[in-house]
Design a protein around this ligand. Structure first.
Ligand SMILES: *Cc1c(COP(=O)(O)O)cnc(C)c1O
Length: 392
């Protein structure tokens, strides 16, 4: 059939460009030591920064939640799927972020992707000017498209450029949106400067803290705590499948913003609520994040980050200057990057190669992610294998 032939040809082009992606099958829980495609591997690829994805207390809470509420929610939140567990989770999240927001309320979404679509489509309407950071996550790019607002891209971390765009804007609704931690670079957005600009120009600042919530800040409240920010202009999105170890995401903002989302967000209204057991497990995850154990786990991640910066020291390749658990090593070419990933894999190390379109052409990279679940020995193995592979 001609249609299939065309797809086969396009897939062949992906192969030739070194861009074909492939699934790997994992038999073990998310943890550094995993069985992948039947083989034991040491993994540096998950976003499970605190090592909570297979934490016994959270797994037990998931079980307890299933016993109490059953397997599925049965309907969307506004029909009948909004369980006591969902309601409690939203209250806990709003209270957790309360030091940084005015009159806070939180809304739980099934995924961060859906939360971002909802946020941009509901806060930035057709008449709005929407200012997007160049390296924003794909879900924000799609949300910007869905919003049908007037989208302006500003260069990476370029406050002066954004200021010019804001000053030139005559729109009533102005919205600035940025990742807090850039997911493929690991560096931070200049949130204090961005917030000051937004306050001056009467704009919302939407912060996607997918890689900050749980890990940044002394209490794990994320980027807003890290930078000690507090403002009614802030609209916060945190994900719960990364450092929190379970699934889903939430938006926390002024109660009026949340009420508007609840009335208008199509990705909230027209989708089945996540299983209540997931929300119940997340209550246990929040207990841990906001405890001494959580603090100790955050400190472990930070020690790993500092050790890697000191000891990895690639020669031909380039370790990006990142203070977070995301530690990318730029190689450049797609095929060379995938070859390096394959060479690490041969040595039993699982470090993903990241290629365009996820990152700009010519900046393909290995993306190391560190977790509190890694041991010092795990890091030693990574550093030694890296030396080997770079000089091979
Ligand atoms: C992972 C991620 C998302 C999407 O969150 P999910 O819950 O995985 O859908 C959104 N934004 C950023 C920056 C992310 O890294």
């Amino acid at each position: 059939m001609e249609l299939l032939d065309r797809l086969e040809r396009q897939l062949g082009e992906l192969d030739r460009a070194g861009l074909r992606r492939r699934l790997r099958v994992v038999d073990t829980p998310c943890a550094p030591h995993a069985t992948v495609d039947g083989r034991e591997m040491l993994a540096f690829c998950s976003n499970d920064y605190l090592g909570l994805a297979s934490h016994p207390r959270i797994v037990e809470a998931m079980r307890e939640g299933a016993s109490r509420y059953g397997a599925g929610s049965g309907a969307s939140h506004l029909i009948s799927g909004h369980s006591r567990a969902h309601a409690e989770l939203e209250e806990r999240l709003a209270a957790f972020l309360a030091p940084h927001l005015e009159a806070p309320r939180a809304l739980y979404f099934s995924t961060g992707y859906l939360a971002n679509l909802a946020l941009l489509a509901t806060l930035a309407g057709r008449d709005a000017d929407l200012f997007c950071e160049e390296l924003n996550h794909a879900s924000l790019i799609d949300g910007a498209r869905l919003s049908r607002s007037n989208v302006r891209i500003y260069p990476h971390r370029d406050i002066a450029a954004l200021e010019r765009l804001l000053a030139a804007s005559t729109a009533k609704d102005k919205v600035v949106v940025t990742d807090s931690v850039f997911s493929m670079d690991g560096n931070l957005a200049p949130l204090p400067e961005l917030l000051a600009l937004c306050e001056r120009h009467g704009a919302w600042l939407i912060v996607d803290d997918a890689h900050g919530f749980g890990v940044l800040g002394e209490h794990g409240r994320g980027a807003l705590e890290h930078f000690a920010l507090q403002s009614p202009h802030l609209v916060y999105m945190g994900t719960l499948g990364k450092a929190a170890g379970v699934a889903g995401a939430f938006v926390a903002a002024h109660t009026t913003v949340i009420e508007w989302l609840l009335q208008r967000a199509r990705t909230y209204i027209f989708t089945t609520a996540a299983p209540p057991a997931v929300a119940h497990a997340l209550l246990a995850a929040l207990d841990i994040i906001d405890s001494d154990e959580g603090l100790a786990r955050r400190q472990r991640v930070q020690l790993h980050v500092e050790r890697l910066a000191h000891e990895l020291q690639p020669r031909r390749w380039q370790l990006m200057p990142s203070q977070t658990a995301i530690q990318p090593v730029i190689i450049g070419g797609n095929n060379e990057t995938m070859q390096a990933a394959a060479n690490l894999q041969e040595r039993g190390l699982w470090v993903p190669g990241i290629r365009p379109p996820t990152v700009p052409a010519g900046t393909a990279r290995l993306r190391i992610t560190l977790s509190a679940a890694h041991t010092d020995d795990d890091l030693s193995r990574l550093i030694a294998a890296f030396r080997d592979v770079e000089t091979a």
